[in-house]
Design a protein around this ligand. Structure first.
Ligand SMILES: [Zn+2]
Ligand SMILES: [Zn+2]
Length: 314
């Protein structure tokens, strides 16, 4: 089958990748569409040392099991199902987890994937295929509320208007936060005003925000986020970057900031928000490609100012 494989020479389209075989508890899913996000770009640069088929944002059709024939999205963390974390419903923190297209498990930028059946969620009719591809990143945005509680009435700054920032801004604004989004490519995001999101010019606001979410995908964003946070404020870090970088941590201590690392969230929360249009995602699609053009799609996703690139499997 066609698959977008990351190996030592970098990512490339492979035409004769073996069809995946589901182990016990796993089912086969035919990919309908998949998204490319910053994590994929970082993986190609060496983050996590991943080798295998890329892609963890997808909508597909289950080919077997209780949801056979239905449209599905899937939780990307494959927990062992037996440890403490798994028993608390936190498979995404299972120490022996595999992660779809990220850690030890082939991903969704292929004609088919295999995934634990218990990870699958049926996509409601009200959610389009395009919107469903955003279930994973919208869940990652919702995770912030699970971690820090409601932001109702708080001044929130989202730093980074790329692939994740506009989703985070919408989720937090719909929760009642007074949300500003800061970035360099805001011109195409005017429609976010309907969700109550304001626009901030980079470095125009000083330290004025109770909650600052760093979603730039770049090392520079962290320094900016630290500087924008009020004393005793909360700093939420969303960016994963290959390699290490230097940042001055003294302001975190001096201003007694609470730092929260934040990763994947629950797909149920995301599907609910997508079904009743509390989060609008369609305008975030920059370009669409077919799977056979995935190498061009990946190059397009890496261009500055590009938001979501979708790869469709006809
Ligand atoms: Zn992602
Ligand atoms: Zn486990």
């Amino acid at each position: 089958m066609l698959a977008f494989l990351l190996s030592d020479g970098g990512p490339r389209l492979v035409r004769d990748y073996p069809q995946p075989e589901p182990g016990a508890g796993y089912v086969r899913v035919r990919t309908i569409a998949a998204g490319i996000c910053n994590t994929d770009l970082e993986l190609a640069r060496g983050y996590m040392g991943f080798r295998g088929v890329l892609g963890h944002e997808f909508v597909g059709e289950a080919l077997e099991g209780r949801l056979a024939g239905r449209r599905v999205v899937g939780g990307i963390n494959f927990g062992c199902g037996r440890c403490d974390a798994c028993e608390r419903g936190l498979a995404r923190h299972c120490s022996t987890r595999r992660v779809l297209g990220i850690l030890g498990a082939d991903g969704a930028l292929a004609e088919e994937l295999v995934i634990p059946e218990r990870n699958l969620h049926e996509v409601p009719n009200a959610v389009s295929n395009t919107a469903a591809v955003f279930a994973e990143p919208v869940a990652a945005a919702c995770e912030i509320l699970d971690q820090i509680g409601s932001v109702r009435g708080q001044r929130v700054l989202v730093v980074g208007d790329g692939k994740l920032g506009p989703l985070v801004a919408q989720v937090l604004a719909r929760d009642g936060g007074d949300v500003s989004l800061e970035g360099h490519h805001l011109e195409t995001l005017e429609w976010l005003a309907d969700a109550g999101v304001h626009f901030a010019h980079p470095r125009g606001n000083g330290a004025a925000f109770d909650v600052v979410v760093e979603a730039t995908g770049s090392p520079a964003g962290l320094a900016r986020a630290i500087e924008a946070c009020v004393p005793r404020g909360t700093l939420v870090l969303k960016t994963t970057i290959a390699g290490s970088h230097q940042v001055d941590l003294a302001p975190i201590v001096i201003n007694e900031l609470t730092v929260v690392g934040s990763r994947c969230g629950r797909l149920e929360s995301a599907l609910e928000r997508l079904a009743d249009a509390r989060v609008n995602v369609e305008p975030l699609v920059s370009r669409r490609f077919e799977l056979r053009e995935v190498e061009q799609a990946f190059a397009a996703a890496a261009e500055r100012g590009t938001r979501k690139v979708l790869v469709e499997v006809p």
